[in-house]
Design a protein around this ligand. Sequence first.
Ligand code: NAI
Ligand code: MG
Length: 336
Amino acid sequence: MTQTIAVIRGDGIGPEIMDATLQVLDSLDVGLDYEFVEAGTGALESQGELLPQATLESIRKHKVALKSPLMTPVGGGFSSINVQLRRIFDLYANVRPAISFPNTKSRYSNIDMITVRENTEGAYRSEGQTLSEDGEIAKSEIQVTRKGSERIARYAYELAKSTGRKKVTIVHKANIIKTASGLFLETARRVAEEYPEIETQEMIVDNACMQLVMRPEQFDVVVTTNLFGDIMSDLCAGLVGGLGLAPGANIGEEAAIFEAVHGSAPDIAGKGLANPCALLLAAAQMLDHLGKQDKAERLRAAIIATLEAKDSLTPDLGGSGTTSSFAAAIAKRVAA
Ligand code: NAI
Ligand code: MG
């Protein structure tokens, strides 16, 4: 039976990079059917809702979604659709690979790491954020649970094991944030004991940031809490050449959503200038998740070969190609 996935074409550059991505997936012959559903400003305009029920049902039914960036209108009390999706489907693992690619603006050529960020708790819960009546004292609660820490640590070790990676670095600040970060560290250490074949390293977050800039090649899999993971994974995207090459997956028990890390880039929307690579790399993560690792590898290899040949690269990579000519250059190599 052919697997169906939910596809959200999204806002701004979303439709352009999604069309480009699906064109490449067709050449790769991935054997997927697509159910197109809407979310974001586009959905608000056509259906009167930012996150229509039909979209949620499609994701729930197919369990896998490929999603372009969405625009949440500023003002009007709308809460971020991405945050809502994470919450509704309990997408607890945010998985962000950072890999050096040829001919990018990166200072490094030897980075090959994955950040596994806890995506549902820590400092990012809306509950427990208060401001005193006189506006003088703001409080923000950090909530870390043993269950949440255990499942994210286990996810990171299982990922390392299944992909042949050798080391997991647990990033924390347990020396200062003694209870919340301490519980995370203690729980992750327990999980680590179950994986003696994988090297475990512990690192305090500030040192980890310095090490990332000085010697990023030492990292393999990093596991950390929500706030640290958010900041570190963007730092990693910067280390490998920026937003146009940074994919991310949001994974839970019920569903998984694969997307580019960047936003809808309204400044270049509709001009054919958007780099489709981040969404293509997210599609490769999705193929891995669906057990189609051979297709995922072929897709990554075609992207690398196209970058190496400087064939039709988009302006953000210093070329003069367009979204569709770049995609065509990748599609050609994928089919070869
Ligand atoms: P952005 O990531 O859309 O753009 C930042 C800069 O990077 C812009 O100059 C843009 O042109 C460039 N850029 C981004 N993606 C690119 C690509 N694929 N190729 C070439 N250049 C690219 O961030 P910004 O401007 O802060 O946000 C714009 C909108 O996107 C906002 O409404 C925001 O809420 C939304 N957003 C959505 C996300 C999602 O759905 N996952 C994530 C981040 C932002
Ligand atoms: Mg972020």
